[in-house]
Design a protein around this ligand. Structure first.
Ligand code: GRF
Length: 203
């Protein structure tokens, strides 16, 4: 499965995917890692793994539509069967999402549909959640609203701050994302409307 991965920062989820792909447990061909942020550390991780990198800064584009058109052109040069958002910190336009319909995945650090958007760990703490977690979902036009493929739960501990909680969630993200991509690569995932099926059963 040819894959393009989009990042904006640290790239620890990218690293988990790179490691499994290199280790032979994830049958994908990562054709490129693309960042909208020039100095993103994830670019370094990709280079270390011998993966082609590209930077397409959003600065200098007139609007979101123009940037996303350029991004589509760049991505499509690699003809991916799957586009993976791994800490890509931009809201994508409906045109972009439609272009990659059913082949665009994202990881979000909460138990969706709870805590869509940013600052999920602080919000989970503020609201006194007993549990928190992460979700891999198909991207649709609704922000963080697409159907969920897989989730992991973690307990919230007394004394947690957003960083300790984030670290506990991140460990799960690194397990979840390769797993969801593995299902996708094996052709075990299909979609009808807003429902995801794994091996023909609704998820
Ligand atoms: C992760 O928490 C991910 O869920 C969120 O952004 C963070 C990216 O971390 N979308 P990293 O760049 O993969 O280390």
């Amino acid at each position: 499965l040819p894959v393009v991965i989009l990042i904006s920062g640290r790239g620890s989820n990218l690293q988990a995917i790179l490691d499994q792909a290199a280790g032979g447990t994830l049958p994908i061909e990562i054709r490129a890692v693309i960042s909208n942020v020039p100095g993103a550390y994830g670019l370094e991780r990709a280079r270390q793994a011998g993966i082609e990198t590209q930077v397409l800064s959003h600065k200098g584009f007139a609007d979101r539509e123009a940037y996303d058109r350029a991004l589509i052109e760049l991505i499509d040069g690699y003809a991916p069967g799957l586009v993976v958002l791994a800490g890509f910190m931009r809201i994508l336009t409906p045109a972009f999402v439609r272009h990659y319909a059913r082949r665009l995945l994202n990881i979000h650090p909460s138990l969706l549909p709870r805590h869509r958007g940013l600052n999920t760990h602080a919000r989970a703490l503020e609201e006194g959640d007993a549990e928190h977690g992460a979700s891999v979902h198909l991207v649709t036009e609704e922000l963080d609203g697409g159907p969920v493929l897989i989730q992991a739960r973690v307990p919230v501990h007394p004394g947690d701050d957003p960083d300790t909680l984030a670290a506990r969630v991140l460990e799960q993200e690194h397990r979840l994302y390769p797993e969801a991509i593995r299902w996708f690569a094996a052709g075990r995932i299909d979609f009808d409307d807003e429902q995801v099926h794994l091996d023909g059963r609704p998820l």
